[in-house]
Ligand binder design. Structure first.
Ligand SMILES: [Zn+2]
Ligand SMILES: [Zn+2]
Length: 259
């Protein structure tokens, strides 16, 4: 598994950190996780093809995690290149996996943009998930578990048969469900939004991350979703000082992590 951190920031605009987006390669499968604003061009900027993917997974519908769904569908229809409608390559039906409420948002986007997002060449597939498990042809398996955020939100587990598994928290506060998810994974991509002294419900602090790491026993933490007041190095120090002994990676935009 190869995880590219496209965006490790939030809705707060800062110079060197862009909003949420991750690109996961597992064997021949390609997955976009949380296409926040600008994700389509930011993925291309990292040398990856945002159009050549098997699915888009959304953790929740806050715009810093989902704003580029419409631009992605627009590009999928009109872009020129190996995946363009004019090429010989057949167009795959795009799959969007998201928590409850996405279908309503999608219908609203269709009301506004209509045929700009639709084509006779393929059909957009939508899966609304809650506590859901399923397998893809090729053996990749997925699991979603509801998290603790302001709106319906899920964390995901991406697993290769007899291979590694990656868990992703999406946005969440500390909850037993996140511990449950992380306990099944080799690595946890986890939000670390705010320092302990600026704690906010629905988000994680370094102490919360340490607790999840230790209670789940997950061997690797990949920290992401830093608000500007969260110094990533300080986050790593706090997690270490709390007693977590596994590997800790402070995510940066463009970082590639093997799992
Ligand atoms: Zn967020
Ligand atoms: Zn959020």
């Amino acid at each position: 598994m190869e995880l590219t951190l496209i965006g490790t920031g939030t809705c707060s605009p800062v110079k060197d950190r862009t909003p949420a987006c991750y690109f996961l390669r597992v064997g021949t499968s390609r997955i976009i996780i949380d296409p926040g604003p600008g994700a389509v061009s930011r993925i291309a900027h990292r040398g990856l093809d945002p159009m050549d993917v098997d699915a888009i997974f959304l953790s929740h519908h806050h715009l810093d995690h989902s704003a580029d769904v419409a631009p992605w569908l627009f590009s999928y229809k009109y872009c020129l290149g190996p995946n363009s409608a004019g090429s010989d390559q057949p167009r795959r039906d795009p799959l969007i996996v998201a928590p409850e409420g996405f279908r309503k948002i999608y219908d609203g986007l269709l009301d506004v943009y209509g045929s700009m997002m639709l084509s006779d060449d393929y059909k957009v597939q939508i899966e609304e998930v809650n506590r859901t498990e399923w397998e893809w042809p090729g053996g990749l398996s997925f699991r979603s578990i509801p998290m603790l955020h302001f709106i319906p939100s899920v964390g995901y587990l991406f697993k290769k048969p007899d291979g590694p598994a990656l868990a992703y928290s999406g946005d969440t506060g500390f909850c037993e469900e996140l511990v449950e998810l992380a306990a099944m994974a080799d690595a946890l991509l986890v939000e670390c939004s705010l320092p302990d002294e600026r704690r906010m419900e629905g988000h994680m602090t370094p102490s919360d991350v340490a607790r999840v790491g230790m209670e789940s026993g997950v061997g690797k933490l990949i920290l992401t979703h830093f608000y500007p007041m969260m110094d990533p190095r300080a986050a790593v120090e706090t997690i270490r000082a709390a007693g977590y002994s596994g590997e800790i990676i402070a995510g940066e935009d463009g970082m590639v992590v093997g799992i």
